[in-house]
Design a binder for this molecule. Structure first.
Ligand SMILES: [Fe+2]
Length: 380
């Protein structure tokens, strides 16, 4: 008789919104002002632009502009940029830019949300745009009419030639993926941690028209993490372009960049290791979103993810609800790094005490967060 495997190794249950278990609270969706069409680029302040460019080049991006004032990088797709950094005294995340379909949408954001019109010289990649500031202080830019640039050549994916037990597609031929940086095809998503999950989730849904694809809830049924996709109607959208995780600080968690296939992840890892960059986590497969992933630290310790083979959904796909557990982050692969679990260092304790004193966190919520982010795997 087969012995049952531990629960922490199995995919957590997922409930559609019309069949929620008792006590699980649905994430309220405000009426959106506009519907974003794509995640365009991310904005950072960086103390060392040259070191940043060296990392991003090894990571598979291409330079567009580098001066002592700013750094602009692109992927191999048609977006004029996917990464922007301005020179600063420290290194930090500034915000995200999404595209909208037309100038009319920018006018709605100016009239209804008090958005500030961006000057042409503020906006890398051309076109026009407006600026909002989210409740945590991050920038949110909405841009339109940015001219596409010619796509750069990419090698053909190798998986169509995979030999399977019942299907021998490759005869008298080999698999020899080239040793080269994993060419970034596009910017996929950005993940932020926030203290006020409900407030930030409502704000981003209202200003971007996002759809929650998967919502993760704490043991008391309160939503605490959401993977949001773009509302592209009948066109498929990535499982998530934006993610919010409830926690104990306002923080950039990571951003993710698509590569051609699994062999690109693997050879990209070789290149990044050989160039002395710091590996974080991977290769593995996520559960929510299904991507094959590999995480790296940039020179300032900010997390960057390579991924391939993610899920896509149209707007009609219902939101699903999943219990929040650290073990539910990945299906297989390397063990999750300790940095993603519960931290008990002095800095963390100080942050928690301050939030409790400010009334922005309760002891019961802290306990629920702690239990959700413990017990990742039976052997950990
Ligand atoms: Fe990710």
């Amino acid at each position: 008789m087969k012995q049952a495997l531990p629960e922490a190794l199995q995919s957590p249950p997922a409930y559609p919104e019309n069949a929620l278990p008792p006590g699980v609270q649905p994430l309220a969706r405000p009426t959106p002002l506009v519907k974003a069409q794509s995640l365009a680029f991310l904005m950072f302040e960086k103390a060392d632009l040259a070191a940043t460019q060296a990392f991003l080049t090894d990571f598979g991006m291409l330079p567009v502009e580098n001066s002592d004032r700013q750094l602009i990088m692109r992927g191999h797709g048609t977006a004029p940029l996917i990464y922007f950094a301005r020179q600063g005294t420290r290194s930090r995340y500034l915000g995200a830019a999404f595209t909208v379909a037309s100038e009319a949408q920018l006018c709605i954001l100016e009239a209804e949300a008090g958005a500030r019109r961006l000057d042409a010289n503020e906006l890398p990649g051309g076109g026009s745009g407006v600026e909002l500031v989210d409740p945590a202080g991050n920038l949110l830019w909405l841009v339109t009419n940015q001219a596409a640039v010619p796509a750069q050549p990419l090698r053909a994916p190798l998986h169509p030639h995979t030999n399977c037990h019942h299907e021998t597609r490759r005869i008298n031929a080999t698999v020899r993926p080239p040793l080269e940086p994993a060419a970034v095809t596009k910017l996929g998503h950005v993940v932020l941690q926030t203290i006020d999950f409900a407030g930030m989730a409502a704000w981003y849904m209202r200003h971007l028209g996002l759809i929650p694809t998967d919502v993760q809830f704490l043991a008391d049924g309160a939503p605490n993490l959401a993977f949001f996709r773009l509302d592209l109607g009948a066109a498929p959208a990535d499982h998530h372009s934006f993610v919010l995780a409830g926690g104990i600080e306002e923080k950039y968690e990571h951003s993710a960049y698509e590569v051609v296939d699994l062999d690109a992840l693997g050879q990209g890892q070789n290149v990044l290791r050989a160039r002395g960059h710091r590996h974080m986590w991977g290769i593995g497969r996520h559960i929510l979103g299904s991507q094959l992933f590999d995480y790296w630290y940039d020179p300032d310790g900010m997390e960057f993810e390579h991924y391939t083979d993610g899920d896509v959904f149209t707007a009609s796909h219902p939101t699903h609800y999943v219990p929040l557990q650290l073990s539910g982050i990945w299906a297989w692969g390397d063990d999750v790094p300790a940095s993603m679990g519960v931290k008990r260092d002095l800095g963390t304790i100080f942050k928690v005490l301050r939030l409790l004193w400010q009334g922005r966190l309760t002891v019961s919520r802290l306990k629920l967060l702690g239990s959700a982010m413990s017990t990742p795997r039976p052997w950990l």
